[in-house]
Every structure is written in structure tokens, then in C-alpha cells.
Design a protein around this ligand. Structure first.
Ligand code: OAD
Length: 339
């Protein structure tokens, strides 16, 4: 309490009040609404869109997210008897006890899931020449499966695509690791016999170099940031929302609001951090609450792309079904004429 009192006594309230009275930056959206964002995308001002996404864009594919109470992964790990749910992705815990991670990996291994409408919406942004980059926290590789180019992707929490020995760093392919995992074997390095781990980022490990190499330039040039299916709880990923210019509009499509500015931080003078959807000073942040797939379809509708998106999803799902020799999708693709 004393420390807080000291802290508050050093804050210059006059300065804070002035900060609050500062003029807000230029508003680029014709109106601060979902429709306003669509109008802005259609204008020639919006050429570089960045998408930031998380586990919520893949729940419709059947992959659980992490933090949704009840269905999220962290509420369903009791059988592993972990010291804490996140331990399954902690590097020090993994080195001591890799079994829980590999048992889970077997369930979640890429290859058994189909991208969602939201993944194909990202692909559509790329096809329209509007996607500067998609920054994903997901390790399910569904952006790649949807056809988003590797150059357009930053897999910020790594990927199952490749794997390395945790000791000598010898590289192993996804197929080699997958074969072991599906035989319930723990993959060990052929050379030094240490553990081999897919290149997904565990707590306690640095993010890939590509994340740091691209983020500053990408976010400086960003004309619109679309955040989808993430609780924005994990840093440094979550703080990317503050990397765009003060004027850059930001759209959140999610089941719940997140990433809002922390009132305490604001009081302490860090007013720029986080998004502001609701205050009377809101000038660039828009929130669409609901399922990502519905949000993407609603946006595609306003952009006149809805039929194109639905056709893309349907055709791609059929192709995946055929390639995996599963029963062909019974969904009927929309005809070119219908909206
Ligand atoms: P979370 O589980 O923390 O958040 C998922 C968000 O998506 C929540 O806000 C859900 O309400 C929302 N959501 C779920 N399904 C949705 C749907 N169909 N439509 C719209 N919204 C939906 O997942 P992340 O934010 O991705 O890191 O988690 C971030 C990181 O925490 C992960 O990358 C992982 C984890 O620990 C590591 O393992 C390093």
C-alpha cells in the first residue's frame, strides 16, 4: 500500500489530465462501425491488411482453444496430472517429463482437420492483393492448408512442420516425428539420443526470428489490423496490436472483447496501450462479437465477396475430402449467381 501511495504521489495529475485532453489522431474510418471498416477496405486507402489470429479461428474445425472455460484445453488436462495446465507447454517441464506433451500432440497432430471459413477469408484477402501478413499463434498449420503462402505467414508460436533435437539441434521432418508419436514412442535424436521436439514455441523459449525480423516494418505499414479468435493474453504476441500507427483502424472479430486498454495503465500515463471500442473517444477500434466464421462471412458480404468465399470453402473442402479418400463433402457449393 505504501509503495502504491508513493507511486501515486509522484504522478503529475495535471499532466495526466492534459494527456486526456490531447487531440485524438485522425479518424480514417468513414464511421467507427463494422460497416465503416468494410467501406474503408473498399477504398483506396487500405492496401496493407494484417491479420492476427489465435486458437478461436480453428475451434470450428474441431480443435479446442486454450482458455474457454469448460471446452478449452487448459480445463481438460486433468488426466496428465500436471503441476499447472500450462506446464504441458513449458520447456523445463517437457525436458523432465515429455510424455504428456506427446500424448496430447497425437490428438492434435495436423493432418486430421479442415481449415475454417475464417482461414479461407485470410486466403481471400491474399488473393485480392490486400494481405500484408497473417500473424498466427496457431500451430495447427491450417493457414497453410487453406493455401495462404508461406511468405505471407508469420507462425509466431512455431509450427509442427519441422522438429529439432533439444540438445544438438539436428533437424527432423514432421513425418519422422509423427510416425514415432503415433506409435506412442517418444522421439529421440539418432545422434545424441536427447529428445526431439516439434518446432512449436514453448513457454520459456524465444519466438522465431522471422517474428522479430518482420514485425516493425509490417506494423508500421499496416492500413488495417484484423484480430480474430484470440484472447490476447500471451505476450509478446498480444502487444502487436500496439505496433500499428495511432491512426490505423483495428477490427476485432471474437466471441468476447479482449485487448482493451487497461484502466490502471491509462491512469499511469500508458494511455496508448490496448484497444478502445466503447468510450466516447473511440475513433478506430471496432468489435464484432460472435463466431469468427460468421464475422468473416458478414464482412465478406459487405465487401461483395460472400459468394466467392463460400465457393472457395466448399471447393477446397471437397478437394481435401477427395485427397484424404474420406466421403466426399455433401455440402452444395453456391452457384455463381446466388449471393
Ligand atoms: P485462447 O484460448 O486464449 O483464446 C481464444 C479466444 O477465441 C477466446 O477469446 C475465445 O472466446 C475465442 N473463440 C473461441 N472460439 C471462437 C470462435 N469460433 N469464434 C470466435 N471466437 C472464438 O487462445 P489464444 O489466444 O490463441 O501458446 O492463446 C494464445 C496462446 O496461449 C497459444 O498460442 C498458446 C497458449 O498458451 C503457447 O502454447 C505458447
Amino acid at each position: 500500500v505504501d509503495q502504491l501511495k508513493n507511486l501515486f504521489s509522484t504522478i503529475n495529475l495535471g499532466e495526466l489530465i492534459n494527456k486526456d485532453n490531447e487531440e485524438k489522431p485522425e479518424q480514417l474510418l468513414p464511421e467507427v462501425t463494422f460497416k465503416g471498416v468494410a467501406e474503408y477496405i473498399k477504398s483506396d486507402k487500405c492496401k496493407n491488411i494484417i491479420v492476427m489470429c489465435g486458437a478461436g479461428i480453428s475451434t470450428a474445425a474441431g480443435i479446442p482453444d486454450f482458455r474457454t472455460p469448460g471446452t478449452g484445453l487448459y480445463d481438460n488436462l486433468q488426466k496428465y496430472e500436471l503441476p499447472s495446465p500450462q506446464a504441458i507447454f513449458e520447456i523445463n517441464f517437457f525436458k523432465e517429463n515429455p510424455q504428456p506433451f506427446y500424448t496430447l500432440a497425437k490428438e492434435l497432430y495436423p493432418g486430421s482437420f479442415k481449415p475454417t471459413t475464417c482461414h479461407y477469408f485470410i486466403k481471400l484477402l491474399e488473393q485480392k492483393g490486400l494481405l500484408r501478413r497473417a500473424y498466427t499463434q496457431n500451430i495447427d498449420t491450417l493457414e497453410r492448408v487453406a493455401g495462404v503462402g508461406g511468405d505471407k505467414l508469420v507462425e509466431a508460436h512455431g509450427t509442427f512442420h519441422t522438429a529439432h533435437c533439444v540438445q544438438c539441434r539436428m533437424e527432423y521432418s514432421q513425418d519422422w516425428v509423427k510416425e514415432k508419436v503415433f506409435k506412442d514412442e517418444i522421439p529421440h535424436c539418432k545422434d545424441c539420443e536427447e529428445l526431439v521436439k516439434p518446432d512449436i514455441v514453448f513457454f520459456g523459449e524465444p519466438l522465431p526470428r522471422r517474428f522479430f525480423n518482420l514485425r516493425y516494418e509490417d506494423f508500421r505499414l499496416c492500413d488495417l489490423l484484423i484480430v480474430m479468435g484470440t484472447s490476447l493474453k500471451v505476450h509478446p504476441f498480444a502487444s502487436l496490436v500496439d505496433g500499428v500507427e495511432d491512426t490505423t483502424p483495428r477490427l476485432l472479430i471474437n466471441r468476447e472483447k479482449c485487448g482493451e486498454s487497461d484502466p490502471l495503465m491509462k491512469l499511469l500515463g500508458g494511455g496508448g496501450a490496448g484497444m478502445d471500442f466503447d468510450s466516447d473517444k473511440a475513433y478506430r477500434d471496432v468489435c464484432w462479437l460472435g463466431d469468427c466464421d460468421d464475422g468473416c462471412l458478414a464482412l465478406a458480404d459487405l465487401l461483395g465477396w460472400k459468394n466467392e468465399l463460400k465457393t472457395m470453402v466448399c471447393n477446397q473442402h471437397k478437394e481435401i475430402d477427395q485427397n484424404s479418400q474420406a466421403t466426399a463433402s455433401k455440402e452444395k457449393c453456391p452457384s455463381k449467381k446466388s449471393a
